[in-house]
Design a protein around this ligand. Structure first.
Ligand SMILES: [Zn+2]
Length: 194
């Protein structure tokens, strides 16, 4: 069942354009931040009828079935707790997220690329430990030189982030579209930590 819930919300991005539902785990935290756990409204309504979720908030819009009319859920919460994924996928996005979307050499936020700390030409591998976000300028300056030869310094040594760590970073970089009813669930625990 875990797998089912995890993959459903990424299957059809086009269906998310209208009335997506934010999916919360049974502890009322988003099931995931990246991608933000959203279901197309059809999935959310289906889950309501299958008693898999409870409705937390609703849109004004309604849907009609042969026997009933319901308002489209904007936030739903799973009845059964799903254990968060431990493994962090090594993706471009997650790597940028780990590095806070800023160049690990100069700290700038524009024009980001990827840099192999030990250049590939010198046997450097593509891994969490050897790839960092770098601006185009620093990337060019570093070229295929070693760190020492380039005269550049890393802000911190790269490593594989934990799932929790990445989730905390994810909170700082919300998606472009946020429905009002989602805001509390995305930020309430972050504010308590401040
Ligand atoms: Zn830079």
């Amino acid at each position: 069942m875990d797998g089912e819930f995890r993959t459903e919300f990424v299957r059809d991005p086009a269906a998310l354009r209208q009335h997506p539902a934010l999916v919360l785990n049974a502890d009322y935290r988003p099931l995931s931040y990246y991608p933000l756990s959203l279901w197309p409204w059809q999935e959310a309504v289906k889950a309501v009828f299958l008693d898999r979720v409870d409705i937390v908030a609703e849109y004004e819009a309604k849907v009609h079935s042969p026997s009933t009319v319901i308002r489209i859920p904007s936030v739903v919460v799973l009845r059964d707790y799903v254990k968060p994924q431990k493994r962090v996928a090594f993706t471009r996005f997650n790597l940028f997220l780990r590095d806070g979307f800023c160049c690990q050499y100069c700290g700038s936020r524009g024009d980001l690329t990827f840099d192999h700390v030990v250049p590939r030409a010198r046997g450097g591998v593509t891994s969490w430990e050897n790839v960092v976000a770098a601006c185009a300028r620093c990337n060019l300056r570093k070229g295929s030189k070693s760190l020492r030869q380039s005269g550049l310094a890393l802000k911190r040594s790269p490593r594989r982030p934990g799932a929790e760590e990445l989730r905390d970073m994810g909170r700082k970089f919300p998606p472009n579209h946020l429905h009002d009813s989602w805001i509390d669930f995305l930020y309430w625990d972050a504010e308590l930590e401040a």
